[in-house]
Design a binder for this molecule. Structure first.
Ligand SMILES: [Zn+2]
Length: 167
């Protein structure tokens, strides 16, 4: 499942990328561009803008109106409505900054490119072939898993409300 996120949803876009989902996002995307990307590429449009949400619906596009400010709630809502799983798998992750799938680095590569403190402390490293950023399993991984755990507990709530909406 592929997404395109409006300019107000940068944080959600970064999280979806981290979870391995192809998500287009740019602070310069205007409404026409968002609609075009959703239509041409069959992406699910994520928006906070109610009028854009209605326009997309009117065109028969797949669109979700995001109202929460809490990242766990946002992820739970998207997961409940689309069925995507909220599991962090480093081998599937995309660069949070530019949406490019990350490449696992060999130990030799890591040793030649990264600071000694990092290679001494961590085992696995990834790099983005497009923007050149490096990633590794640092302390933020615990935060990621805590957020996902919280999100997974919330999915149920949105699944139930979606059923009652349909009735
Ligand atoms: Zn990148």
């Amino acid at each position: 499942m592929e997404f395109v996120a409006d300019t107000m949803l940068g944080n959600l876009a970064r999280w979806l990328r981290m979870l391995g989902h192809d998500t287009l996002y740019s602070r310069s995307f205007e409404d026409w561009r968002l609609l075009h990307l959703a239509e041409e590429e069959g992406r699910v449009l994520l928006t906070r803008d109610e009028s854009l949400f209605r326009r997309a619906r009117g065109k028969g596009l797949r669109v979700m109106l995001i109202t929460s400010d809490d990242i766990a709630e946002m992820l739970a809502y998207v997961a409940a409505k689309t069925g995507l799983s909220l599991v962090f798998d480093p081998s599937r992750t995309r660069c949070p900054r530019c949406n490019t799938p990350l490449t696992r680095m060999s130990k030799a590569e890591a040793l030649s490119l990264l600071r000694d403190e990092l290679t001494a402390k961590y085992e696995e490293f990834w790099r983005c072939s497009k923007c050149g950023r490096f990633y590794w399993q640092g302390n933020h991984w615990r935060t990621i898993n805590e957020t996902l755990e919280r999100a997974n507990k919330l999915i149920h709530r949105y699944s139930i409300s979606s059923r009652s909406e349909d009735e």
